[in-house]
Design a protein. Structure first.
Length: 346
């Protein structure tokens, strides 16, 4: 009788294995030849930058060379390797929790915890992945031999997700005139921290590159619509129109102007000639995409992007663009994204 529980367990195990067999196959079969970067050595919960291009893949998956170089000002040049998955504001970017004696190097390390993390709905299960910095057209990989890239997986860094969703400053108090949350406003729960202890509530600050204060995308859209509305109002008043006519013009221009996006553009090249490009939104506000005017999202997990329209390529280049830029046309948000799961056709 003492062996009876073992028999029960064995039977239950067989039933579970039988009922889950198809799911297990589905999990294992689709990805045998993807380049996943998990064969590259990297400590847990960390990242690695490179001073020269590095290879990934093998005979089964195919081999690529990811571009990288030394000398990054804000972050790395080209691609870095990471497995970090912090999805909340770093605690040490909060005035409430930050030590007063943090050095500039330590402050950058705090920011890097977001810059080199992938943002996913749950715990990231892709292990190692690449973080691309598209500045200077340096985020590209080359194929050992020309071929078709079936697809790649792309995602936002936690840095970009937090900035586009909440902004550089996050609290419960919004300054409607500037569309920025107040750093001295009411304290808020750190996103994705399952803790209802109000002693852990705080205000947070996470500057973008070069210590720039970024608005959340919704706030940036509001400010840009106000600017467009003011131009329309001024034009009416300058033409001799009434104040009421100016207000009507302001509202019409404000409501008609649609903006708000961060786009990752993926370009293919063969022997130095461009073969095509594919656009993927990392953040999108309503009315911007004419084919999907109702879309309103910030990418919050890995997304598969079909690259077969690029055809035969020996190089794949990644670029980023946004509606939210400074006076020189530079993106306010970091020019960073995450890459994994590269599948080459056989």
């Amino acid at each position: 009788m003492k062996f009876f529980p073992k028999y029960i367990i064995a039977i239950i195990t067989l039933v579970l294995l039988s009922s889950c067999e198809e799911d297990i196959v589905e999990l294992r079969v689709p990805y045998p030849n993807d380049i996943t970067f998990s064969d590259l050595e990297l400590g847990r919960f960390t990242f690695k930058t490179y001073e020269a291009p590095f290879k990934a893949g093998d005979v089964a998956s195919g081999i690529i060379t990811a571009n990288a170089a030394a000398g990054g000002v804000n972050t790395h040049v080209g691609f870095a390797l990471s497995n970090q998955n912090s999805r909340s504001y770093p605690w040490y970017t909060s005035p409430k929790f930050a030590p007063k004696n943090l050095s500039e190097s330590q402050k950058q390390q705090v920011i890097d915890s977001s810059a080199y993390s992938v943002y996913t709905l749950g715990v990231n299960r892709t292990e190692n992945f690449l973080v691309g910095n598209t500045a200077g057209d340096n985020a590209y990989f080359t194929l050992e031999k020309p071929g078709v890239v079936e697809h790649v997986l792309v995602a936002n860094t936690s840095y970009n997700y937090l900035l586009t969703q909440f902004g550089s400053v996050y609290s419960k108090t919004l300054d409607t005139s500037t569309q920025s949350y107040k750093l001295d406003g009411a304290e808020v729960q750190n996103p994705n921290i399952l803790n209802n202890n109000i002693s852990q509530y705080a205000t947070f600050r996470l500057p973008s590159f070069n210590d720039v204060e970024a608005l959340r995308m919704t706030g940036a859209v509001t400010m840009e619509r106000r600017r467009i509305g003011e131009i329309a109002r001024a034009a009416v008043l300058d033409a001799g129109g009434t104040v009421d006519e100016g207000k009507v013009a302001y509202l019409a221009a404000y409501n008609a102007y649609n903006t708000g996006f961060v786009t990752l553009t993926i370009e293919g090249y063969l022997n130095g000639s461009k073969t095509g490009d594919v656009d993927e939104y990392l953040c999108l506000k309503p009315g911007v995409d004419p084919e999907n005017p109702e879309y309103n999202f910030t990418l919050n997990d890995w997304r598969k992007v079909d690259l077969t329209p690029l055809g035969q390529v020996d190089k794949v280049l990644f670029k980023m663009s946004s509606s939210y830029v400074d006076e020189q046309g530079n993106m306010i948000y970091p020019t960073l994204f995450c890459l994994d799961g590269i599948r080459l056709s056989k």
